[in-house]
Write a protein that binds this ligand. Sequence first.
Ligand code: SAM
Ligand code: SF4
Length: 315
Amino acid sequence: MQDKFGRTITYLRLSVTDLCNLRCKYCMPAEGICKKAHEDILSEDEMVMAVEAAATLGIKKIRITGGEPLVKKNILSICERVGKISGVDEVCVTTNGVLLKEYAQGLIDAGVSHLNISLDTLDAEKFKEITRVGNLEKVLAGIDEAIKVGFRKIKLNAVLMRGFNDDEIRALAELTVDKPIDMRFIELMPMVDTQIDKSAYMPVREVLEALPELEKLDVDGIAKLYKLPGAKGKIGLISPVSDNFCAGCNRIRLTADGKFKPCLHAPEEFPIKGLDFDGMLEQTKKAVLAKPEKHGDLTGENISKASRSMNAIGG
Ligand code: SAM
Ligand code: SF4
């Protein structure tokens, strides 16, 4: 289905939970979030029905995210059912990797072909600092396991932060030399619960200054792609703050509590909890038609107009 600005919407980001086993400072408050009542969260059947409705409108790619999707008990069943929906040709998962060693093979068996894993630092102390509770070793073991079981594509995502990981750009990028993985650097977005000072924001073009030998490749969706000479994987730069890419946006989002969101940074939401298939279809169409031409400015004192933190949207 096309939105009002002629963009064809083919990609749904489905948040299956807003709960998480980490507490990343850019994403959520230290105390975590209040657990929602069971009846306020979409059931597995409702999630599947919502994807079916979206698929009839031309959604082909589903990214399962959260919160942390791997803390959801029925995650493998959700992945498997979503992947079998007519029209869906790609199921991807975004994870913090903490439980990945245990889940990697199960995800493959459930039909997940693409995996994004968040990795902001290779230093165990810094990892603990940014996630407040995390254990880097577990994530690295999860990444190795994911490579072993053979996903079609694995991407690592780092949020770039001045004074935190700007000194690790090369080390993170060099993971792509020997491993069949891509590394993507993403600009820090000022969300309602971001607990990192805005001065840590840095534009991803600084990666090009840190790695002058990068070879330019094409553009893949919202990422500008590069490669270290001779590397197996690619480097992607994602610039939601410094270089608005909304003209190429092909996505909508569904939150775990059942709200279609036309745009990550807009306050509009279209609830579907408790609706039947036709009701969900109508709300999906409304969400697509409500997509703004582009999100507001995120520089200076401006912050995202979304009233939720990233874990509650499905980043
Ligand atoms: N828990 C999973 C994870 O961390 O990969 C999936 C959900 S998390 C909200 C999805 C992505 O959003 C992560 O890669 C995370 O780094 C990113 N993210 C969260 N808050 C952000 C912010 N303020 N700016 C930029 N990226 C952010
Ligand atoms: Fe959890 Fe992902 Fe948010 Fe970190 S970024 S707190 S891992 S949802």
